[in-house]
Design a protein around this ligand. Structure first.
Ligand code: FE2
Length: 415
């Protein structure tokens, strides 16, 4: 057995610790599938994504491909199923997938295949390299979030509601917006090759000078965005009009629009709102300045170096839905800015592009490089369904700017 240890965000990671995290993530992915009624496996709640049945095979297929085939060079007993379940899709809306239910194996066959993948992973994981284990773990954790979007966008009658429903934490009024100064300085983007795991797009580390700017202390709320809607903007995807009532599309039911929750929008909607206000969306570098400060006083999280806890923010599966934008001042950054890494990803105005020195990962060359197309934009931060591991400063998320399904919000800057 090759044993290794790394320090990660103030915590020591050992190989057995990672294996425990994989077990926990498997348990979480199974709980998500358990929220689906059986017939829902054939559903495709987001037209640009695969049907649920794909993900039932994909998570364990990916682990076996990365750990057994790519890292350890083992031959797979299921090469055809591996090819079917290897990668997700992200077409633009004019090239939507056309597959039929009958193109897929039965749920019984998919579960049996996933079980074979998992058994091979468990047999070999103890001799797998650190990087392959981390890749499998974080890949599954990212899917815990994308599966949550898919569930969120599924009709309520296809979901089993958990026995303990979530409390709708809201004060029922629009929170007060404030502005904070972020002085000029150097932003540190990306990640040094220090041995701790990162995805290919996090490298290399890059420093860039950022002029002083002002940033909204809080994320833009539903209540603030409502004024834009009253001025003629269309309703965001997570809002529903029923008669004269405006409702929020919650994970397990519609609720009166919580005015103090961050508004979930596309990047196009965020940009239109910023223009309407006479402001801008922050760049990726501005986000880094606001969240992590100077290289001389750099912190791992906006609040400092302490491991993420509930009072720092709404992340790591704390809730299904957001909470008020002023609920967690304990997570404020050095400059007094709230929830930068919590309660919804934040859109930037920066197209997703490689940092200087980028190299695609040989075992997964398309992970990022396929999306450097000026059609995808960088999001930073974290949503209620983002695993704590992914809260590291160099982690980057990216989506098409008109994609309305994810837990993405924004705040404005003044340059
Ligand atoms: Fe995937």
């Amino acid at each position: 057995m090759r044993e290794f240890q790394f320090s990660f965000g103030g915590r020591l990671m050992t190989q057995s610790n990672l294996i425990q995290q994989i077990a926990a993530a498997r348990h979480q992915s199974e709980s998500l599938f358990a929220l689906l009624k059986p017939k829902a496996l054939w559903e495709r709640p987001i037209s640009q994504r695969h049907r649920f049945i794909f993900y039932l095979g994909h998570l364990d297929a990916f682990d076996a491909i990365q750990i057994c085939r790519e890292a350890l060079g083992l031959k797979s007993p299921d090469p055809e199923l591996d090819a079917l379940f290897q990668t997700g899709i992200d077409p633009d809306s004019s090239h939507l997938p056309q597959d039929k239910e009958s193109d897929w194996p039965t749920p019984l066959q998919v579960r049996a295949y996933a079980q074979r993948c998992r058994a091979r992973v468990d047999e070999n994981i103890h001799r797998a390299p650190y990087e392959a284990i981390c890749m499998a773990l974080e890949h599954r954790q990212m899917h815990l979030e994308t599966l949550a979007y898919m569930l969120h966008n599924s009709p309520y009658e296809l979901k089993n509601v958990p026995r303990l429903p979530e409390e709708n934490h809201t004060n029922g009024r629009t929170s007060c917006q404030e502005w904070r100064d972020v002085p000029e300085g150097v932003a540190v983007l990306g990640k040094a090759r220090d041995g701790a795991f990162g995805w290919d797009n996090e490298y290399e580390q890059a420093q860039t000078f950022v002029a002083g700017f002002r940033m909204q202390r809080h994320k833009v709320t539903n209540g603030e965005y409502l004024r834009f809607v009253q001025d003629g903007a269309p309703l965001p995807h997570f809002w529903i009009q029923r008669g004269d009532k405006l409702l929020y599309r919650g994970m397990f039911g519609e609720i009166p629009l919580p005015l103090d929750w961050p508004v979930y929008v596309t990047q196009l909607e965020a940009e239109a709102y910023a223009n309407w206000l006479g402001k801008k969306l922050p760049s990726e570098a501005q986000f880094h300045r606001a969240a992590y400060g100077d290289p001389s006083d750099r912190r791992f999280y906006p609040w400092g170096d302490a491991a993420p806890q509930r009072h720092h923010g709404n992340f790591d599966f704390a809730r299904w839905d957001p909470e008020p934008v002023d609920a967690t001042p304990g997570g404020d950054s050095l400059f007094g800015i709230s929830q930068l890494v919590s309660n919804g990803w934040e859109w930037t105005c920066t197209p997703f592009a490689p940092f200087p020195g980028f190299e695609p990962h040989p075992a997964y060359p398309g992970y990022s490089a396929n999306f450097f197309d000026n059609q995808h934009y960088v999001l930073k931060g974290a949503s209620p369904r983002t695993a704590a591991r992914l809260l590291r400063p160099s982690f980057r998320n990216w989506f098409r700017r008109d994609y309305p399904y994810l837990y993405a919000t924004f705040r404005c800057v003044e340059n």
